[in-house]
Design a protein. Structure first.
Length: 632
């Protein structure tokens, strides 16, 4: 920051902050006799016997530079004005500046000064008064106006470093500035200064990064105290001439004014900044918590506040969203809790669609939860469910829930594409759409892990249709037929379906050998030879018997015509009435309408629903039991 500051003596135009950290105000009679004044000089000289002590001067690294000046002879007094007296010192270290001044006295005859400030400057040449161009390295907080005859003592403040001069030799000066509403130096003008007995600061030809917060934005304009706000976006750019190493951190603050500083309310949230080449930018987006106190705030960001990265300029490390946020209070909040979640399989293939997830959430809060929250389903290699895990692509929307009310979401979810062993988990309201009293209980997981194996265990739906005029049930897993039937009334879906395998080779032999589900068509076997009928089987004895009835597979009326493999499934452990499948598979039951009870109207139905099977048996259909086994 290259600034020109004017030397002036005018009174302040308005008051600034009353901050007085590190300073003590005492009564001092300015109009004293010559004898008393000489005594004061002797006292200050004795107190400053350790004069001109150079603590450290590192010319190679401008991030560290210290000089301590103690007055050993008659101190310079600025009679009739604001005067810097006693001792003065500074320390520059890793992005901070320590400013020390022994006495700031108002030696005017009457009146009150403007607000005051201690400033450390690096100037390109010796200073003897008037205006000058240089670099302001640091400045104290604003000291309240000083009444004539009063003084501040022992000012000692550590503040942010504002600039690092480029390579060269710089003359260091400590100024006392007074507010006079001028257009230079933030409205402050120099009224007194002191130099150092070894005044120069030599900086070698070193390039430095310069981290700048170029923009800050928040996704809301109103929030409640402590609310987790879903989205803040902050961009940081390296405006310097050297690469910025990793290590800087962007911290987020709430401020009652548009000056973002360490004195503001820290949100508790931050982003770590990686390596940035000159001119390179990085954007940090994510959550942030609202302040705990009601009010109107600016939301701001502060990069590299602790000086972890040495910069050429520290005065541009903050920025803020220009639109304020109104923080209000509410008496009660909802609290969405994942009560339980489960997935009904322990072995699946990569990307397989699983149809048996079930998740229950409860509003454990003291206020109703509005609609808008969403339950998202994740796969995790550990039992900690977070947005860093593998999102399944599936979710459930949550409606309004009164306090104590629960909701269960059941349905499909896709397995992860990478083989491994995973926990299945759920995350409700992850984006904070619903304001809650507690966001720490928004996840849950199935305690039993799922093994995901690579290979071709892809599954598809076997969909059932019904044709009302023909009173005929039909099913298919062939995608072209499904599309055709969906577009061809009066065929309509019954709402029943089950999963079948798309390929013959399984990933595991735990269920035995996978068999093809073969489809046969009997032409002109129903309703006076006006309608045909389909039949499916993977039972070897049935397949052999049907093939023997039409060994040439001719498309002749009333003969079983083999229409090919529809999909794949497993043979039951016990086939027929009273049958069962291997553990982990679902039985498919078959019922038949025909024979003496339904002459000239044959039809088969296949279903995984035992209640549907039993209902049709009660209607007079023949119950033929379990005929094949399919994935859950």
């Amino acid at each position: 920051m290259n600034v020109t500051a004017a030397n002036g003596l005018s009174a302040h135009a308005r008051l600034r902050s009353a901050a007085q950290r590190g300073a003590h105000l005492t009564r001092h009679a300015v109009q004293v006799s010559r004898q008393l004044f000489v005594g004061l000089i002797l006292f200050l000289a004795a107190a400053g016997a350790q004069a001109q002590i150079a603590l450290e001067s590192n010319g190679a690294d401008p991030s560290i530079h210290q000089y301590d000046q103690r007055v050993a002879d008659t101190p310079k007094v600025n009679p009739g004005n604001i005067s810097l007296e006693g001792s003065w010192a500074y320390t520059i270290s890793s992005g901070t500046v320590r400013l020390q001044a022994g006495v700031i006295a108002n030696r005017r005859s009457s009146g009150v000064s403007g607000s005051l400030r201690v400033e450390l400057w690096a100037l390109p040449s010796p200073y003897s008064g008037g205006s000058a161009t240089g670099y302001k390295i640091g400045q104290s907080s604003v000291l309240s106006p000083l009444t004539a005859g009063f003084q501040y003592t022992n000012i000692d403040q550590t503040v942010a470093q504002l600039a690092t001069p480029p390579a060269g030799t710089w003359y260091m000066y400590m100024f006392i500035s007074e507010y006079n509403a001028s257009s230079l130096n933030d409205g402050f003008a120099w009224v007194d200064w002191e130099t150092f007995s070894n005044p120069t600061w030599v900086i070698g030809s070193v390039a430095y990064p310069d981290l700048v917060v170029t923009s800050v934005s928040l996704s809301v304009r109103t929030a409640t105290v402590g609310q987790r706000i879903s989205t803040q976006t902050t961009t940081v750019r390296n405006n310097g001439s050297a690469t910025a190493p990793a290590g800087a951190r962007v911290k987020f603050y709430w401020s009652t004014n548009n000056i973002i500083s360490l004195a503001d309310t820290y949100s508790g949230w931050y982003c770590d900044v990686g390596t940035l080449a000159p001119g390179q930018s990085t954007t940090c987006s994510g959550q942030v918590d609202a302040p705990s106190t009601v009010g109107t705030y600016y939301f701001g960001a502060y990069v590299n506040e602790d000086g972890a990265v040495t910069e050429s300029d520290y005065s541009n490390n903050t920025n803020y969203d220009p639109l304020t946020v109104n923080i209000t209070n509410v008496a009660a909040y909802p609290d969405l809790v994942v009560v339980s979640t489960s997935i009904g399989t322990r072995l699946a293939s990569s990307g397989q669609r699983l149809t048996s997830q079930s998740t229950t959430i409860r509003n454990a809060g003291s206020a109703a939860a509005p609609s808008g929250a969403r339950i998202k389903f994740y796969w995790s290699t550990n039992s900690i469910i977070s947005t860093a895990d593998i999102y399944s692509g599936w979710y459930c929307d949550v409606g309004a829930l009164a306090p104590g009310q629960t909701m269960t979401c059941a349905g499909s979810v896709d397995a992860p594409s990478a083989p491994g062993t995973y926990y299945f988990g759920a995350y409700v309201n992850e984006d904070g759409v619903v304001i809650e009293s507690d966001y720490n209980n928004n996840t849950g997981y199935d305690p039993l892990m799922v093994s995901i194996v690579s290979g071709s265990d892809a599954t598809t739906d076997m969909v059932e249709y019904y044709h009302p005029p023909l009173d005929y049930y039909f099913m298919t897993s062939r995608s072209n037929e499904i599309a055709l039937l969906d577009a061809t009334p009066p065929f309509r879906r019954t709402g029943l379906s089950f999963r079948v395998y798309s390929v013959a080779t399984g990933l595991s032999s735990a269920f035995g050998t996978r068999m093809p589900i073969t489809r046969f068509y009997f032409d002109k076997v129903a309703v006076s030879a006006t309608r045909g009928s389909h039949f499916y089987t993977l039972v070897p004895s049935e397949l052999s018997a049907l093939t023997s009835l039409n060994p040439t597979n001719s498309a002749a009326p009333r003969l079983p015509y083999n229409e090919g493999i529809d999909s794949y499934a497993y043979v039951p452990v016990v086939e027929g009435v009273g049958g069962r499948c291997a553990t982990g598979l679902i039985p498919v039951y078959r019922v038949f309408r025909g024979n003496a009870r339904f002459p000239d109207n044959p039809n088969h139905r296949f279903t995984t629903s035992l209640s549907t099977y039993s209902a049709f048996v009660a209607l007079g259909w023949d119950g033929e039991g379990v005929k094949f086994c399919v994935p859950s």
